[in-house]
Design a protein around this ligand. Structure first.
Ligand code: GAR
Length: 210
């Protein structure tokens, strides 16, 4: 029997990795508090000590692992430290929410099928940085948000869920950004809830929700 079995059920534990504002982190905190997430946020990992997301974590009483990239010669070195923090807390799922560092196999391999990312476009369109700006400049009429499993590539992992956002006449780059963030607020807690509820089935690139 596993930890998740009847009789020994413990809260599903997630760690959020973020580098900036932390609006997605805040959404997850709020959902966790309201009891709609089905998961407990046990750690924030952040590579920017001055990022607003760190203050949000302090206010919410969430433990933080904050580091600076330049303090380490190799990316693997800080990831080994992060992996120890995750293991100590029994983290079930890593949730990337605007984490702007590339990951190495230290974490990608250890959390295969247990690490998700949110990206502000309909992948495989507009991967990488400034996806909202890329979509806006291209002039697409439909864009959106993707939640995917993390593999070794840049925004290439199997898609779990997508939410469409239409670009309408009169929209601006700023109004598009607001629509995308609203879609993220809807989608990310829902997907975390699917993981926490054991509803995700992974078969190669084919992911189904039961
Ligand atoms: C979000 O829009 C997220 O989709 C994006 O960073 C933003 C973080 O905002 N992630 C990526 O572009 C990853 N390629 P937040 O710090 O307010 O949650």
């Amino acid at each position: 029997m596993t930890d998740q079995s009847v009789g020994s059920r413990r809260p599903y534990r997630i760690a959020v990795f973020a580098s900036g504002q932390g609006s997605n982190f805040q959404t997850l905190i709020d959902a966790s508090r309201e009891g709609t997430l089905g998961a407990e946020i046990v750690l924030l990992v952040c590579n920017k000590p001055e990022a607003p997301v760190v203050e949000r974590a302090h206010r919410a009483g969430v433990d933080c692992f904050v580091f600076e990239r330049k303090a380490y010669s190799r990316r693997e070195d800080y990831e080994v430290e992060i992996a120890e923090e995750l293991e100590r807390r029994g983290v079930d799922l890593i949730v990337l929410a605007g984490y702007m560092l590339l990951l190495t196999p230290v974490l990608v391999d250890a959390y295969q099928g247990r690490m998700i990312n949110i990206h502000p476009s309909l992948l495989p369109s507009f991967p990488g940085k400034d996806a909202i700006g890329q979509a806006w400049s291209y002039g697409v009429k439909v864009t959106g948000v993707t939640v995917h499993l993390v593999d070794g590539g840049m925004d290439t992992g199997p898609v779990i869920a997508q939410k469409v956002v239409e670009i309408q006449q009169g929209d601006t780059r700023e109004s598009l950004e607001e629509k995308i963030h609203a879609a993220e607020r809807d989608l990310y807690p829902q997907v975390v809830g699917w993981f926490a509820g054991g509803k995700i089935r992974i078969d190669g690139r084919n992911i189904t929700i039961s």
